[in-house]
Ligand binder design. Structure first.
Ligand code: FE2
Ligand code: FE2
Length: 273
């Protein structure tokens, strides 16, 4: 089995569904009169729905060359949705969409996810693998910010009368902001900070918080599905942020098993894919 093929299909299957759902969330936040933007969002939904279907039609036995072409095609689509998201962010920040319902931070957030996906595709096709020690810090800096944002979105989209849940969401926001600062501290101390014990403690600590945020999101998702709490959170958005936390956990687990299997002196040379 080709690792490049398996890895590419994993990333595309996960992120194309995410991009498809972003198109839906953006659409739901536009005003009725923003017909042009709604149409653009619908077009992106169809594009990523198609990409998702195609990724499931391929298998681990597909020829690497065919996957390389597919990656490039997806890269192109992701670049376009990134431009669209940044355009929408610009419209919101210049007050051209008064009364629309997407927070600027949410639009920025989904654009960062597109940028991340695009970089992953480029890395896969260029075969440029980041050393494990760098990947551990960079991926955590990226995903801790994503998790901190999610906690803030949940806190703001719950009905204000759900005081206990809003408070919990605020605690998670604070927890992840702190973890993000710690990650940035570790990043600035590079390369001296990239020792096995420090990186392993970093992963352990992050995992504890991601697990509890993941459980909180799962509970919120189930409560929203069962219509047991008051909010303006779309059930699919609740599930979406839950899946992103699960994805981060998978990455942490993969890093931990890599770290355990590598002699400390080889930490710099080993790639994580
Ligand atoms: Fe997302
Ligand atoms: Fe997200």
């Amino acid at each position: 089995m080709d690792a490049f093929v398996a890895r590419s299909l994993d990333e595309i299957r996960f992120w194309s569904r995410i991009m498809k759902e972003h198109s839906l969330f953006l659409k739901l936040g536009f005003r009725c009169e923003d017909t042009q933007l709604i149409q653009e969002a619908n077009a992106f939904y169809a594009i990523f729905e198609q990409i998702e279907a195609k990724s499931h039609a391929f298998s681990a036995n597909t020829a690497p060359q065919q996957i390389r072409t597919f990656n490039a095609e997806v890269y192109n689509a992701v670049s376009h949705i990134w431009v669209f998201k940044r355009k929408v962010l610009g419209l919101i920040l210049t007050c051209k969409l008064p009364g629309a319902n997407n927070f600027p931070l949410l639009v920025d957030h989904v654009s960062r996810e597109a940028n991340y996906f695009r970089n992953r595709l480029a890395e896969l096709n260029n075969g440029q693998l980041e050393p494990l020690a760098d990947a551990i810090i960079d991926e955590n800096v990226f995903f801790l910010k994503i998790m901190a944002d999610h906690a803030k979105f949940i806190g703001h989209l719950l009905d204000p009368s759900e005081r206990k849940l809003v408070e919990q969401a605020r605690d998670f926001s604070h927890d992840f902001d702190t973890l993000l600062w710690q990650a940035q501290d570790l990043s600035s101390m590079r390369p001296q900070s990239q020792t096995q014990p420090l990186l392993s403690q970093f992963l352990d600590q992050n995992r504890v918080s991601v697990v509890s945020l993941r459980d909180f999101k799962k509970t919120a998702r189930d409560l929203i599905d069962a219509c047991r709490i008051k909010s303006i959170i779309h059930p699919l958005l609740a599930d979406h942020v839950y899946r992103e936390a699960e994805h981060f956990l998978t990455i942490i687990d993969m890093f931990e098993s890599h770290l355990r299997g590598i002699p400390p002196q080889d930490l710099d040379q080993s790639a994580w894919h």
